[in-house]
Design a protein around this ligand. Structure first.
Ligand code: ATR
Length: 287
């Protein structure tokens, strides 16, 4: 009997040992009957170009790219999807006959979670986006394409927010400012935390007046239970506060679709990751 070797995939980042991606893609593979392996590669910045080249030279089929390599990977890919070009960052690479294709599935993952899973209609909404780093950049394009009334970007370093707003200004109604200049005269419909402050257990200094009883507060970070941001949002009376599990699973499903041509069912995977306290180090067995 001729049993084909599984196709190889991995997530590359630094640090990487806590990544849930092997677990998520393992569940996707099991569910869709795809023959693949998915591992973690811990690679520091200075070794990134050599390691990524080696992975594909040795026959690897695809990579997910995470912090801090998303912008470096953008320069590495030979071809880029439209959404990757808009973000100037990539989180997914697929090996193709004519070279490496770079994609960015973060924004699509967030949008699917907000609209399909959480039922938010973004058209004509007022959005406050906290943070102006790679995570914010990755989601701005799809966010603006959903036609919100406007997006206000607020960042600790206000100049970074101004620059990012300027870069995306032709894609929609957008302004940038420091945390102390946030429009606090009304509630926003959506307050999106794209800072890495939750990882330090810190809440960005945002006036509670931006939150009202119908506001959805969404932290792109995730962990067991609440993050500092979702805790703060609930205390401030937000209509709803969500952590970023859904975005994590949905961006993975988009990457899986690019690689394998089949879209997995995210519901059971989302349920599984939310109910666990740490990713299984063992990837579920694939066929
Ligand atoms: P990422 O790829 O996760 O976005 P990044 O590009 O380093 O990483 O950006 C981190 C973001 O979190 C930035 O917006 C950063 O604010 P500055 O641009 O002012 O540095 C924000 N951030 C990090 N720690 C923060 C904290 N303690 N309070 C508020 N914002 C913070």
């Amino acid at each position: 009997m001729n049993i084909a070797a599984p196709d190889r995939y991995a997530v590359i980042g630094y640090p990487i040992q806590h990544s849930w991606s092997p677990f998520i893609h393992g569940m996707f593979a099991q569910q869709t009957g795809q023959n693949l392996t998915y591992t973690r590669l811990e690679v520091p910045t200075e070794k990134f170009p050599a390691e990524i080249a080696r992975f594909f030279d040795e026959g690897g089929r695809g990579l997910n790219i995470t912090v801090p390599h998303k912008q470096a990977a953008y320069l590495f890919a030979r071809h880029r999807t439209r959404r990757a070009k808009i973000a100037s960052a990539i989180n997914t690479i697929a090996a193709q006959a004519d070279g490496l294709l770079g994609d960015n599935t973060d924004g699509a993952g967030l949008m699917t979670d907000l609209t399909t899973n959480l039922g938010l209609a973004l058209e004509n909404t007022r959005v406050l986006l906290l943070g102006a780093g790679g995570a914010a950049r990755g989601v701005l394009g799809p966010l603006l394409e959903a036609s919100p009334e406007y997006v206000e970007i607020a960042n600790r370093d206000g100049n970074r927010a101004l620059d990012l707003a300027e870069e995306f200004s032709r894609r929609g109604n957008i302004r940038g400012c420091g945390f102390d200049q946030i429009t606090a005269t009304h509630n926003f419909d959506l307050v999106l935390n794209a800072t890495s402050a939750s990882l330090q257990n810190i809440v960005p200094p945002v006036p509670a007046a931006v939150i009202g009883p119908t506001t959805l507060c969404y932290d792109m970070a995730y962990g067991v239970g609440d993050t500092a941001f979702t805790r703060w949002a609930n205390e401030a009376g937000a209509g709803r506060a969500e952590t970023g599990w859904g975005m994590l699973v949905e961006q993975a499903a988009e990457a899986f679709l690019l690689w394998r041509g089949v879209k997995p069912d995210t519901k059971p995977v989302l349920q599984a990751v939310k109910s666990m306290s740490a990713p299984d180090t063992e990837v579920p067995k694939v066929r």
